[in-house]
Design a protein around this ligand. Structure first.
Ligand code: BDP
Length: 592
């Protein structure tokens, strides 16, 4: 699938704005064909946004079930003869879409795009009614998983991930055209030898019998540097300028479907020429050891929730630059494609993660409410879940394979990984990822419940990604013992001769809380905690990365361990710096 684009042969129209919206707690909409007429008793809702916090009603915030969105769109009259496509960048967690009375598509999974050819259902120049039924419930067969429990007060959604289950239409929706004969997909793989780069490309097209593929590669100034023809080929780029961390140099590959001089379709794929390789305990980008400095992030902002917002995105990247970060992980789901494009342009390195988070019934148990479930079993996370998970991996790779910023796939965050069930579940999923993309390393994020010597899944990864909270969830407030225990565990992992990225370490911190004797939750403790971790990392060469948890405070489900959300941010939810931000800035800019 190609992201909508304006080119010489394609047009797009953004459908963001105010849509009609309503809840459907009794699941009546389908039976009553709400798609067939103006949505009854509708309210206004902003798109893109999570619907939860836009409303002033707690019942909307915590709502679980079907919600409906609808709007009228006029199809541009100039689109006659074109193929008209309706494209959703995402719908969380699943959606069914109608154009007037016709059901045109359904999609499972909240963070990847989907589209349908709706040419036969629309008339250029005329209006069409677009209706979307979005459902946000989670079950053991969804990614991420959850379950709806029957409680005395009624059904209640439970899930095991530590961020609020924001839902709705989080990203742009497009009405877009392609010619009838059109390009369908482009894949690029880059390499270089000395000063000469290479771009191997593969193009898929449809209804293109008798047409040929022609490609032109231009550098950032627009100068043509290579041309080619045929659906696959390799372009040679003399005097290559590499895409590098901190310097997101991009070429543009124009792909055309042609008959002689006549251009039938045209699409522009940006290309960053770089290599990624794991060698021993090193993570190499362009043959140079790369040290990840940055954060686990979230798509999470006030009011809009997980809705994409350009201003907040640009601001976040400025803050990354200010603090000296060179990378982040898309914890715990695929982020907006705008974020990946921005990272490509700015040379920010990304660990790209699926939404497989919370496959672990061991977390949040104990006195905080024993889960009473077995993680991997026929009744819980099972073969069907694994198929959904495999599809999520394939869709992530299909969407993000051409982004030079993406250097590593993370197929899950903190799943149970110390059992036979976990080993059986994950082994084939690593194969799925490698088959989808043989060019990038693959890993998963290990949880502290499966420490060195106990984990049965890390054997499959090219890289070890560890989340550890010594000095926070264990050895709470006791940094001296935390340091001893942490170093001992990490030395064990280092013996595996794989690169280690610490994908999470962090301490909840209430901005404005200070103390002479640092204690958990105050700003001084956050700094002391980070300093302790850094002493450990700096003493172990196999540690090639540190991603603090989290870039900013974020919303979660309520709980006695959360105060208006998770407070492990180095910035507040409004992006004000905590004291730790200045400490990290010194470390990451090499001033300490
Ligand atoms: C880890 C999770 C992350 C949580 C974090 C925390 O990967 O999503 O938010 O811990 O507890 O378990 O702050």
């Amino acid at each position: 699938m190609l992201r909508p684009q304006d080119t010489a042969t394609r047009e797009k129209k953004r459908l963001d704005g105010i849509w009609a919206f309503r809840l459907d707690a009794e699941y009546r909409g389908r039976a009553r064909s709400w798609f067939a007429a103006p949505l009854p008793d509708a309210d206004d809702m902003a798109v893109p946004a999570s619907f939860n916090d836009v409303s002033a009603d707690a019942a909307v915030r915590d709502y679980v079930g079907d919600v409906w969105y609808q709007r009228i769109v006029r199809v541009p009259r100039g689109w006659a003869g074109q193929r008209v496509v309706l494209h959703f960048e995402s719908a969380t967690h699943r959606a069914t879409v109608w154009v007037d009375d016709h059901e045109v598509m359904s999609h499972e999974g909240g963070y990847t795009p989907f589209e349908a050819d709706i040419t036969e259902f629309v008339t250029p120049g005329a209006e069409a009614r677009i209706t979307v039924c979005v459902n946000n419930s989670l079950s053991f067969q969804t990614i991420p998983p959850g379950t709806i429990e029957q409680t005395p007060a009624g059904p209640a959604q439970r899930y095991w991930h530590d961020f609020f289950n924001y839902a709705g239409l989080h990203r742009s929706i497009w009405l877009t055209t392609t010619p009838q004969a059109h390009l369908q997909d482009v894949t690029v793989v880059t390499d270089y030898e000395g000063g000469t780069g290479s771009v191997r490309y593969t193009v898929e097209s449809q209804n293109a019998d008798g047409l040929e593929v022609r490609v032109v590669l231009r550098d950032a100034s627009g100068t043509e540097v290579a041309t080619g023809s045929g659906a696959t080929g390799t372009l040679t780029v003399p005097d290559v300028t590499l895409w590098q961390p901190g310097r997101g140099y991009l070429y543009a590959l124009e792909v055309q479907l042609v008959a002689g001089d006549e251009v039938h379709d045209s699409y522009v794929q940006t290309v960053g020429i770089r290599t990624v390789e794991v060698r021993g305990a090193q993570f190499l980008i362009n043959g140079e050891p790369f040290q990840f400095k940055g954060f686990g992030k979230h798509e999470d902002i006030p009011v809009t929730g997980k809705g994409h917002d350009d201003a907040w995105m640009v601001h976040d990247f400025r803050l990354l630059d200010w603090i000296g970060a060179n990378s982040f992980r898309t914890s715990h789901y695929p982020y907006s494609e705008d974020v990946l494009d921005h990272a490509d342009r700015h040379g920010i390195v990304i660990i790209d993660e699926t939404a497989a988070v919370g496959l672990n019934m061991g977390l949040g148990g104990g006195i905080f409410g024993s889960q009473g479930y077995t993680t991997f079993s026929p009744e819980t996370v099972n073969d069907t879940t694994r198929q959904v998970h495999a599809q999520a991996i394939r869709e992530l790779v299909a969407r993000d394979k051409n982004h030079p910023s993406v250097v590593l796939w993370s197929i899950a965050n903190e799943p149970e990984s110390d059992t036979e069930g976990a080993e059986d579940y994950f082994r084939p999923l690593f194969d799925v990822a490698r088959e989808a993309d043989p060019t990038r390393p693959v890993g998963f994020v290990n949880v502290m419940l499966a420490p060195y010597g106990k984990c049965r899944v890390s054997q499959f990864g090219d890289v070890l990604m560890l989340n550890r909270y010594y000095g926070w969830y264990v050895n709470t407030g006791d940094l001296a013992n935390a340091e001893i225990a942490w170093r001992a565990e990490l030395e064990g992992w280092a013996s595996e001769n794989k690169p280690i990225i610490i994908t999470e370490y962090g301490a909840d911190t209430l901005t404005g809380l200070h103390a002479l004797a640092p204690q958990p939750w105050d700003e001084e403790y956050q700094i002391a905690y980070l300093e302790m971790n850094h002493r450990v990392f700096d003493s172990i060469p196999a540690v090639v990365g540190e991603h603090v948890w989290n870039f900013a405070d974020f919303q979660t489900t309520p709980g006695i361990m959360r105060v208006d959300g998770n407070k492990k941010g180095v910035f507040t939810r409004d992006r004000d710096p905590k004291s730790a931000a200045f400490y990290l800035r010194r470390r990451w800019h090499g001033e300490d």
